[in-house]
Design a protein around this ligand. Structure first.
Ligand code: 2NL
Length: 365
């Protein structure tokens, strides 16, 4: 039997295909299990040897021709598809790179950076320490007696087990233990700030169980309340980027300082909002309590391994979250720790805009 008509028709149809799906359908039609050429091959089995000797090579040649044509057409179609893709996907290397999504700096981190920058300029190093503390470093060394309310369960998070030396373990309630550790480890003189997370069992609109504090400690010879006032005034002017910040020192009490002073800052009411600056005694002005401080109690100097007749110092403590709220006008403390990226997009800072004194510690991109 002559298969040239079948062959011509198959080759013409293969040559005419414009896509790989159609080509695959043709392959199945001719060479699949039920395909017409496969059917021809099956007829060989029913032939006499003489017939098969003639028909065999013809059918095999037909199958090879069609197989080759399918492969050649497949390669041509794939090549054409690749060429079309390359032509449509040219890369213009002169175009600016597409902007990739970039994270932002959390206001608490931003303010901690600003504090480190400002105090570094005054010769303070940044000190850190463990958030899990023992009650000696957190309370006893700071002259906080066993009976003090701050030690009670409802203020402090305690761990169920004591440490190897029988001391209660807790989440630090302030960063003061960092300074005790610094005194014991490095001796005097000392100029450090200790920023970090602190924990108190407290939760409402203005209190979160975890918040951020920065404490400062200076230990040297002949340190007075005057050094304390100048340091805090210089810090607050740099931080709020206003020369007209006015401080008022009020007598107070902390177990770890003697004397102790509460530091208020004057503000003006502008359109119902408090704006720091000017004396709080001026008409329409007021005083806002901002931080606590004092001369380090002699007992605390001793607990730090130093002789209080030789070394004096001052210390202060302030809430970082509160500083951030005041400076950047954020009114809900809880939003700080919700983890809502929309809040961060609104209040967050550019990671490339690092605080520096020369560029302004709180400059925004
Ligand atoms: C506040 C303000 C304060 C200190 C923290 C301190 C640390 C050492 C020695 C002495 Cl190692 N004092 N820190 C001092 C005064 C105030 O925090 O309102 N605290 C309840």
């Amino acid at each position: 039997m002559d298969h040239s008509a079948t062959r011509e028709e198959a080759l013409a149809r293969i040559a005419a295909t414009q896509d790989l799906d159609t080509l695959e359908k043709l392959r199945v039609e001719y060479l699949g299990k039920q395909g017409s050429i496969s059917g021809l091959l099956k007829t060989l089995g029913a032939m006499s040897p003489e017939e098969r000797q003639i028909a065999g090579p013809q059918i095999h040649a037909l199958r090879e021709g069609v197989t080759d044509a399918l492969a050649a057409r497949k390669a041509a179609l794939e090549n054409a598809a690749l060429e079309a893709q390359l032509a449509s996907e040219t890369v213009d290397l002169s175009l600016p790179a597409p902007e990739s999504p970039r994270g932002t700096i959390h206001p608490v981190s931003q303010v901690m950076g600003e504090l480190a920058e400002i105090f570094a300029d005054m010769g303070f190093a940044v000190a850190t320490g463990p958030e899990i503390e023992d009650d000696w470093h957190n309370f006893t060394a700071l002259n906080i007696p066993e009976s003090h309310p701050a030690r009670a369960m409802h203020d402090t998070f305690y761990f169920p087990d004591k440490d190897g030396e029988g001391r209660d373990m807790l989440l630090r309630t302030h960063t003061s233990p960092v300074q005790i550790r610094a005194m014991l480890a490095q001796g005097a003189p000392i100029r450090i700030i200790a920023p970090g997370r602190v924990y108190r069992s407290d939760s409402d609109a203005t209190h979160t169980p975890m918040f951020h504090q920065v404490e400062g400690l200076v230990i040297d010879k002949g340190i007075t309340l005057g050094h304390l006032k100048w340091t805090l005034e210089t810090f607050l002017k740099a931080f709020f980027e206003r020369e007209d910040i006015v401080l008022r020192l009020r007598p107070s009490y902390f177990p770890f300082t003697e004397p102790s002073v509460e530091v208020d800052v004057g503000f003006a009411l502008v359109n119902g909002k408090r704006v720091l600056g000017g004396s709080g005694d001026a008409p329409g002005h007021g005083w806002m309590e901002l931080l606590g401080s004092g001369m380090v109690n002699r007992k605390v100097i001793s607990a730090g391994g130093l002789d209080p007749d030789e070394w004096q110092g001052f210390a202060f403590g302030v809430g970082v979250d509160r500083l951030a709220m005041l400076k950047y006008g954020m009114d809900d403390l809880r939003a700080f720790f919700d983890g809502d990226v929309r809040w961060l997009a609104h209040y967050g800072f550019s990671p490339l805009d690092v605080p520096t004194l020369s560029a302004g510690v709180g400059a925004r991109a």
